[in-house]
Structure formats: structure tokens, C-alpha cells
Design a protein around this ligand. Structure first.
Ligand SMILES: *[C@@H]1O[C@H](CO)[C@@H](O)[C@H](O)[C@H]1NC(C)=O
Ligand SMILES: *[C@@H]1O[C@H](CO)[C@@H](O)[C@H](O)[C@H]1NC(C)=O
Ligand SMILES: *[C@@H]1O[C@H](CO)[C@@H](O)[C@H](O)[C@H]1NC(C)=O
Ligand SMILES: *[C@@H]1O[C@H](CO)[C@@H](O)[C@H](O)[C@H]1NC(C)=O
Ligand SMILES: *[C@@H]1O[C@H](CO)[C@@H](O)[C@H](O)[C@H]1NC(C)=O
Ligand SMILES: *[C@@H]1O[C@H](CO)[C@@H](O)[C@H](O)[C@H]1NC(C)=O
Ligand SMILES: *[C@@H]1O[C@H](CO)[C@@H](O)[C@H](O)[C@H]1NC(C)=O
Ligand SMILES: *[C@@H]1O[C@H](CO)[C@@H](O)[C@H](O)[C@H]1NC(C)=O
Ligand SMILES: *[C@@H]1O[C@H](CO)[C@@H](O)[C@H](O)[C@H]1NC(C)=O
Ligand SMILES: *[C@@H]1O[C@H](CO)[C@@H](O)[C@H](O)[C@H]1NC(C)=O
Ligand SMILES: [Zn+2]
Ligand SMILES: [Zn+2]
Length: 606
């Protein structure tokens, strides 16, 4: 579908001719290609330097791109195959310009989309999709926390993915425990701890792949804290020799985390060597310079962003500040065509076509287009207030749980209150066919539903406020935020980023299409295509189905998602007269949170 989106608007396409004289100057000629339709498009050609980078991170399985017609999804419609064609074209341009261009990824290949998560029974998450990721000419990739929640996924990376990367898959502070040839368990790095290599133009590179202090990893995987890693003997040895530049790739946000620890350790030995940092994990677009000869870039999530960094070196004054640029590209064919600059048309390469076809075959094998019903409208995670008719949280609480959990349930006729947490939802749900893929994208977690029978309504109605109040206490907030962050939770950081964009909307032009509006700590404009911010509204941690209109002493079923059982019991224990313990808790239905939207859609959206 998205492949036919090649309608070009009134674009000015850069035609670039590089001089072969190697002095780094370029003549740019512009040709106007005009058609009638007006379309959101990049506003300026990329600025190339001597060393250039294309960066992806946190793709989480969105390898066929965003496929829904609702705004702004078409802006992210480029799939991994189209991206591969773009990379090939850019590599050719780098040769013409006589500069280096490297392709980098900062991890989180697992969890987020049916292409990775919709595998049939007996499969392993991302095993099939990663075969196509490995076909792209990545120079360096780093491990993410989502590679470590389930040992089988890490083992699959170790056994099947890492060997394909020819020593360029880095896990400086992450190990896996496997059996050695004598059947003895040994802890070994998942990929390489570091790699030294030369660029096409012969520049010497020393590269590391660092994971932030992650604590949610599975048994038989090990994450060493960043501060401990830089004290290791191997680290000192790896950075001792001076390369032409350090390439620090890692699944760690470029601000408010531990990059300075790694940066300072390198700087202590090499005060002026260029350091290029590519981070990830908080799913935002972000950039900062730790000094005048370094830049740190983070390139969003879900193939909604392709990052660009260029570094122009001052050859006459080799210790001077480096002239950097960075850009956040919306991955779609218009963007790619604009920047490959040949004829305003991005030619599919054999590799690109093979990657797209291979991913489509996975979607077919996994039956991802299996349709449960048709969503009548868009439902948003944070673009609409809660409660409201546009909120997916309202949809879940008011319709999906009451209707979906009632299917094949002998307790259907007993009044109830159903409670779940808003964190069980991961993505917007868009108008149109609602498929297995959409279920996995929006509500992926395999949580079950429990209940306590015969709870007086007057007692049951106190549970939701109790849960949300516990969630709001300042003390809990600090401790829990820290703990949740260590375990991999990034929605707080991502939501703050989105809220900030929405709060600054008054200063943004009103006539642009919706999208990210990035304000980072690097000079110049970052977003390749200017946008108006998406609305942002906060939501409570916990939500509940409507309260039955009954006498307060009426006895109802108190239904809740399994992992809040102890919180629910703890709140009930503080209510006078309520005597419940874990023996009071029963299974409500075999339907899981990762199925309930589909069950609902079959009932209500057909
Ligand atoms: C980006 O999305 C907007 C809707 O928000 C649409 O008008 C525009 O055509 C899209 N651009 C591309 C290149 O798909
Ligand atoms: C972890 O590895 C050890 C062997 O090294 C094995 O005995 C144990 O079962 C593993 N634990 C899990 C949960 O896989
Ligand atoms: C990781 O593996 C290496 C190589 O086996 C070992 O020397 C090191 O102690 C391990 N690190 C951790 C934190 O387990
Ligand atoms: C990571 O762990 C170290 C202790 O090893 C601690 O000092 C540091 O603050 C932690 N970093 C973050 C961002 O929590
Ligand atoms: C070099 O960059 C640093 C950090 O960005 C800045 O403080 C300094 O003023 C710059 N020096 C020059 C000569 O521009
Ligand atoms: C929201 O949906 C409810 C139930 O379908 C309906 O009664 C109400 O009018 C809707 N509100 C708006 C503002 O559309
Ligand atoms: C409900 O029961 C019917 C008949 O046994 C079955 O076909 C259907 O899959 C069940 N649905 C759910 C959600 O359990
Ligand atoms: C938005 O309006 C500004 C002037 O207010 C104009 O310069 C710009 O071209 C407009 N952009 C679009 C995409 O229409
Ligand atoms: C609630 O029901 C009880 C018992 O059925 C009855 O005694 C009481 O008056 C009712 N209260 C209200 C407010 O209807
Ligand atoms: C729950 O309480 C009942 C009595 O109220 C008791 O018989 C039972 O053993 C308790 N169960 C647990 C798991 O504590
Ligand atoms: Zn991620
Ligand atoms: Zn992550």
C-alpha cells in the first residue's frame, strides 16, 4: 500500500554534483519539480561533512513501516526495504563526494510489532525479522534492553544474529551465560565488547556498544553498570591507541544518563580525538554536544525517525571545534527521494526489494492481517484527553473490557467493576481494519484477568482511587520512577518530551502537518520536515469500567488485571470490614490482555 505513496508535491530537489578534487566543496544545483499536490516535505538538503552517519534506533519490529492512513502515520510509511535502497543511494553519493558514510543502530530490535512479536507457537521473538535487519550494511549495531527480557531472545541474537554482523554487533557491558564445549556454563559478551576498523577512506575507528544501567534483564544474562565498565582493564586497553575517531554507540539516552561517564573516560586519555555518540532507549529525538569535538544523537523510535549526523573537519586547524550538523528525517519515500537528489525518485535496489518482500512474507506467515473488525475512528493514547470518546483508555475501560471479557463468561450477568492499568496500552489504535498486528501493537502484554466475587459496591469503588492515589504520592514517584526506569520503562521520559512540544505549540506555525517538533541542545533546526505538535494529554495510571448503577451494598465482581493483585489486596485490607486475601482471588476468564481487543472487535466492530 505505502509503496504507492510516491506522489511528489511541490518539491525543490537538490541535484548534487561532487567535485572529485577532494577539497570538500560541492556545487549544488537545484531543479524544481512541480506537481499539483502540496505535501509535507523536507525543507533543505542534508549538509554533508567529511564523516557522515545514518542512524536508526528502537525500531521494535516496525520494519514494514507505519501502514495506517491516519495522520501522521503516512509520514513514517517507509519500510526497511525502502530504507535499504536509500542507504545504498546515499553510500553511492558518499563515494561521489569522497567522504565517509556509516550506518549505525542503537538497539531494541525486539517487542512492539507483529513482525517480531506475532511469531507462531514454538518461535522466538524477532528471529525471522532480524534476518532482514542483518542484510542492511550496518557498520555498527549495539544491544538494547529489549534484547534481554527473555533469555531465548538473547540466545537467538548470540547464536544467529551476531555471527551475521561480522564482529560489528557490540555489547560492551552485556554478557550471556551459555555452555562451553565441555558443557560448563560460561559468561561471555553477547557480541563484541569493542571493535576497531577502518572506514572506506581509511579512517581508523574504535567503537564501543554500551547499554545503560538496566536491571530488568533475564537470568543468565548480565548487565554491568556503565561506571564499572569504564574501570575494566579491557576498556583501558581498547581505548589506549588513538584512532581517527571514537564511535560510541549504545542503548542509552544522550542526556540525563551515563554517556558522560564513557565520554570522560575516553577524554581523559584523548583530549581532542573526535567522539561521535549514537544513543537510544527513551524513544525521543535528542542531541547534545559534550564538547566542541563531539556530538551525541538519539533518533526516536519505531522507524518514525532516521537520524543524520555530519562532521566537517578543519584540516588546517586539526584541534579546532568540529562543524557538526544533525537532522531527524521522517522515513517516507518523499524524504528519501528528496535527499537522494537524483531525479526526485528513489530507485528500489535489489536489496531493498528483497528486504521488503521478505518482511511481507513474514507478515503473511504470521497471519498479521487477520482482521477482527473495523475500527470506526482513531483512538489515541495521549493525543486526546481521558476520559473522552477519542481516548483508547476510555475505549478500553468503557467498551473493550466490559464487552470483551464477557464473551464465553459464566459471570456475564453479575455486575462488575473492571480495573486495569493504562501502561497496558502501548500505541494508538487507528480507524480502519483492526488486525492481529494492531492488537499486538496496541495491547501486547499477556496479562490475565482475575476477580473477587461478592464485593460490596461501596468497597469496590474505593479501589481505583486507592490505586491512583498510591501512584501519585511524591515519595513513591521518585523511588518508583527510578526503579521503573532501571527496569526499562521509558514512557515517563517520552511523555515529558511530547508534553513539552504541546505546551510550546503557541510558538509553532499553525499551518503544518502533525508530527514531532524537536527542541534539543544542538545548534540549528533538527527536524527535517517541520511539523505542528501532536496534542498531548496526561492520563491516570489506572482506569476502570463504569460503576454499576446499584445500591451501595449490592455485591459485585471486582475484576482486575493479574499483576496488580497485591496492590488491590493491600488497598482492600485498609478498608474497614473488608477481609480478603489471595484465597479470595479467582480466574475471571481465559482471555488475555493481548487478546481482548480482538475479542471485542469481533463482537462490536463487525
Ligand atoms: C505526512 O502526513 C500528513 C498528514 O499529517 C500528510 O498530509 C502528508 O502528505 C504526509 N507526508 C508524506 C510524505 O507522507
Ligand atoms: C541458567 O543457566 C544455568 C546453567 O548455566 C542453568 O542451570 C539454569 O537452568 C539457567 N536458568 C534458566 C532460568 O534458564
Ligand atoms: C563477561 O564475559 C567475560 C568473558 O567471558 C568475562 O571475563 C566477564 O567477567 C563477564 N562479565 C560479567 C559482568 O559477567
Ligand atoms: C548506574 O549505576 C551506578 C552504580 O554502578 C550509579 O552510580 C549511577 O548513578 C547509575 N546511573 C544511573 C543513570 O542511574
Ligand atoms: C568550541 O566548542 C565549545 C563547546 O561547544 C565552546 O564552548 C567553544 O566556545 C567553542 N570554541 C570556539 C573557538 O568556537
Ligand atoms: C461519546 O460517546 C457516547 C457514547 O457513545 C455518546 O453518548 C456521546 O455523545 C459521545 N460524545 C461525543 C462528544 O461525541
Ligand atoms: C467462545 O466460544 C466459542 C464456542 O465455543 C468459540 O468458538 C470462541 O472462540 C470462544 N471465544 C472466546 C473469546 O473464548
Ligand atoms: C505556513 O505559513 C508560512 C507563513 O505564515 C509560510 O511561509 C509557509 O510556507 C506555510 N507552510 C506551509 C506548509 O503551508
Ligand atoms: C439498599 O438495599 C438494602 C437491602 O436491599 C436496603 O435496605 C437499603 O434501603 C437500600 N439502600 C438504598 C439507598 O436504596
Ligand atoms: C484467607 O483467609 C481465610 C479466612 O478468612 C483463611 O481460611 C485462609 O487460609 C486465608 N488464605 C491465605 C492464603 O492466607
Ligand atoms: Zn526502545
Ligand atoms: Zn530500550
Amino acid at each position: 500500500m505505502h509503496r504507492s505513496l510516491l506522489a511528489l508535491g511541490s518539491l525543490v530537489l537538490p541535484l548534487v554534483f561532487a567535485c572529485a578534487d577532494g577539497d570538500g566543496h560541492h556545487h549544488e544545483k537545484r531543479a524544481a519539480a512541480t506537481t499539483s499536490a502540496r505535501i509535507a516535505a523536507p525543507t533543505a538538503p542534508l549538509v554533508w561533512g567529511d564523516v557522515n552517519f545514518i542512524h536508526t534506533t528502537d525500531s521494535h519490529g516496525w520494519l514494514l513501516g507505519h501502514q495506517k492512513p491516519s495522520a501522521p502515520e503516512p509520514n513514517y510509511s517507509g519500510d526497511l526495504g525502502t530504507f535499504a535502497s536509500f542507504v545504498t543511494a546515499m553510500k553511492e553519493e558518499a563515494i561521489l563526494r569522497n567522504v565517509d558514510l556509516l550506518l549505525i543502530d542503537s538497539g531494541d530490535l525486539h517487542d512492539g510489532n507483529g513482525l517480531t512479536d506475532g511469531y507462531p507457537a514454538g518461535g522466538v521473538d524477532a528471529h525471522d525479522a532480524n534476518k532482514f535487519v542483518a542484510q542492511l550494511p550496518y557498520d555498527v549495531m549495539a544491544i538494547g534492553n529489549h534484547e534481554l527480557y527473555i533469555y531465548a531472545n538473547t540466545l537467538d541474537m548470540y547464536q544467529n544474529f551476531v555471527p551475521k554482523l561480522n564482529g560489528r554487533y557490540l555489547s560492551s557491558n552485556v554478557n550471556i551465560t551459555v555452555f562451553d564445549s565441555h558443557g560448563k556454563p560460561v559468561s561471555v559478551p553477547v557480541g563484541e565488547r569493542f571493535v576497531k576498523f577502518k572506514t572506506r577512506l581509511g579512517r581508523k575507528v574504535t567503537s564501543l556498544g554500551v547499554l545503560y544501567n538496566f536491571s530488568g534483564n533475564d537470568v543468565n544474562t548480565t548487565v554491568q553498570h556503565v561506571a564499572d565498565m569504564v574501570k575494566e582493564q579491557w576498556f583501558a586497553e581498547a581505548i589506549a591507541e588513538e584512532p581517527d575517531f571514537f564511535l560510541l554507540v549504545g542503548h542509552m539516552p544522550v542526556q540525563k544518563d551515563n554517556w558522560p561517564v564513557v565520554f570522560n573516560a575516553v577524554r581523559a586519555v584523548h583530549p581532542t580525538t573526535p567522539i561521535y555518540i549514537f544513543g537510544g532507549h527513551t524513544h525521543i529525538r535528542d542531541c547534545v554536544q559534550l564538547d566542541g569535538r563531539s556530538m551525541s544523537l538519539e533518533s526516536g523510535r519505531y522507524l518514525e525517525t532516521v537520524g543524520w549526523m555530519s562532521a566537517k573537519l578543519d584540516k588546517k586547524n586539526p584541534k579546532a571545534n568540529i562543524t557538526f550538523t544533525r537532522r531527524y528525517l521522517d522515513p517516507n519515500k518523499v524524504t528519501y527521494a528528496y535527499h537522494t537528489g537524483l531525479s526526485g525518485f528513489l530507485a528500489d535496489t535489489p536489496l531493498g526489494l528483497e528486504v521488503t518482500a521478505g518482511l511481507q512474507a513474514i507478515a503473511k506467515k504470521y497471519d498479521l492481517t487477520l482482521q477482527y473488525g473495523t475500527a470506526p475512528q482513531d483512538y489515541y493514547l495521549s493525543r486526546a484527553p481521558f476520559p473522552s470518546n477519542q481516548s483508547i483508555l476510555s475505549l478500553l475501560a468503557d467498551q473493550v473490557l466490559p464487552i470483551g471479557l464477557a464473551v464465553n463468561n459464566s459471570r456475564t450477568n453479575i455486575p462488575n467493576i473492571m480495573i486495569t492499568n493504562s501502561g497496558s496500552l502501548r500505541f494508538d489504535l487507528f480507524q480502519g481494519p483492526f488486525t492481529k498486528n494492531d492488537q499486538l501493537i496496541s495491547s501486547p502484554f499477556t496479562d490475565s484477568f482475575l476477580y473477587i466475587p461478592n464485593v460490596p459496591l461501596s468497597t469496590a469503588i474505593q479501589v481505583l482511587p486507592g490505586l491512583n492515589k498510591a501512584g501519585a504520592s511524591d515519595k513513591r514517584d521518585l523511588e518508583t520512577e527510578h526503579e521503573l526506569y532501571a527496569r526499562g520503562e521509558v514512557s515517563a521520559r517520552f511523555d515529558n518530551w511530547r508534553r513539552d512540544q504541546w505546551e510550546r505549540r503557541a510558538s509553532a506555525p499553525q499551518n503544518l502537518t502533525l508530527g514531532y517538533v524537536t527542541q534539543d541542545a544542538c545548534p540549528g533546526v533538527g527536524d527535517d520536515t517541520p511539523h505542528s505538535p501532536l496534542p498531548f494529554f496526561g492520563s491516570p495510571d489506572y482506569i476502570a469500567s463504569p460503576t454499576p448503577n446499584l445500591n451501595s451494598s449490592a455485591l459485585i465482581d471486582l475484576v482486575f488485571v493479574d499483576f496488580i493483585e497485591s496492590d488491590v489486596l493491600s488497598i482492600l485490607s485498609k478498608i474497614p470490614g473488608a477481609t480478603y486475601n489471595s484465597s479470595s482471588v479467582l480466574s475471571y476468564t481465559p482471555t488475555l490482555a493481548s487478546e481482548v481487543f480482538g475479542v471485542f472487535a469481533q463482537q462490536a466492530w463487525n
